[in-house]
Design a protein around this ligand. Sequence first.
Ligand SMILES: Cc1cc2nc3c(=O)[nH]c(=O)nc-3n(C[C@H](O)[C@H](O)[C@H](O)COP(=O)(O)OP(=O)(O)OC[C@H]3O[C@@H](n4cnc5c(N)ncnc54)[C@H](O)[C@@H]3O)c2cc1C
Length: 312
Amino acid sequence: MDDLVPSLKSLLPQLRGRLLANEPLAPLTWFRVGGPAQALLMPEDESDLAYALKSLPREIPVTVIGLGSNLIVRDGGVEGVVIRLGRGFSETKVEPGQRVRAGAAVPDLRVAKAAQEAGIAGLAFYRGIPGAVGGALRMNGGAYGTETKDVLIAARGVDRAGNVRTYQNAEMHFTYRHCGVGDDVIFTEALFQGREGDPGAIAAEMDEITSKRESTQPVKSRTGGSTFKNPEGRKAWQLIDAAGCRGFTVGDAQVSELHANFLINRGNASAADIENLGEEVRRRVKETSGVTLDWEIKRIGIRTQTSGAGPT
Ligand SMILES: Cc1cc2nc3c(=O)[nH]c(=O)nc-3n(C[C@H](O)[C@H](O)[C@H](O)COP(=O)(O)OP(=O)(O)OC[C@H]3O[C@@H](n4cnc5c(N)ncnc54)[C@H](O)[C@@H]3O)c2cc1C
């Protein structure tokens, strides 16, 4: 892709953050696949982000990524500007009334730990979600019966025009693994509400979450978490199992033997292998149960067919 950085630098003379041309994105995702960002922008802080969004011409596409734990970056890479929040968005603060304020780049695990150390219950579920706060807001991340919508007071975000605003919980329009705030909004911070708890008991709850995860999910593999949303009243993994897809492969991409709703990269899969595997699973599930599975994993970038391998 053309090097956008010189023209971006002249469009954004006051930018304080970093801008990199054709930067590989695979290392920034759990699947470890996919092409580069035409330009990767790491803003210094919220006002730097707002300045960049306001100054970038509308025809330049902007995509935000978090820790890449629910993401397939396609092999052709991502056109335009990819934004990744870093240091300036990584503060965690415990506030009076069992509240935790966290920047969008704070890993969910750190939210859980900060709450535990302060004796704040209700946020331990974040222990098992390997994304950051921005991704949890966008995906309404949740586990064990609690979702982000149950613990969020408000979030801050910046829209494509560079306007910064606060969204109260009701304005987030959360549904299952979805937030209804415009796709252009980049979240910068969240304020969570917990309740009084005992640090020892919360630590034990978190340990239990860790061991449960390790025995039921391929948490040490190159994966993207749950691939498909659970259809109303059904479990995606059961439908995938019933369609005979557990262990099924395309190239080096495989339906996990441990958890049928997880796809894994066994080492040399391309993004196309993983996406084609997911589409083949959807086709087979539709054929056997009549249910259409919806992708939970977000796919970004230019699709290419870089794998020679077909379904096996
Ligand atoms: C082993 C494993 C287990 C998992 N278990 C769970 C689970 O139990 N529950 C669960 O809900 N999820 C789970 N996931 C999925 C994933 O961790 C969550 O969806 C997480 O919230 C994604 O956060 P992220 O920072 O990795 O976002 P990414 O994967 O980088 O991005 C996901 C989406 O969020 C958007 N996004 C990221 N940051 C921002 C921001 N600052 N502002 C606006 N949009 C943003 C991206 O554009 C993209 O659309 C699991 C994943 C793995 C690999």
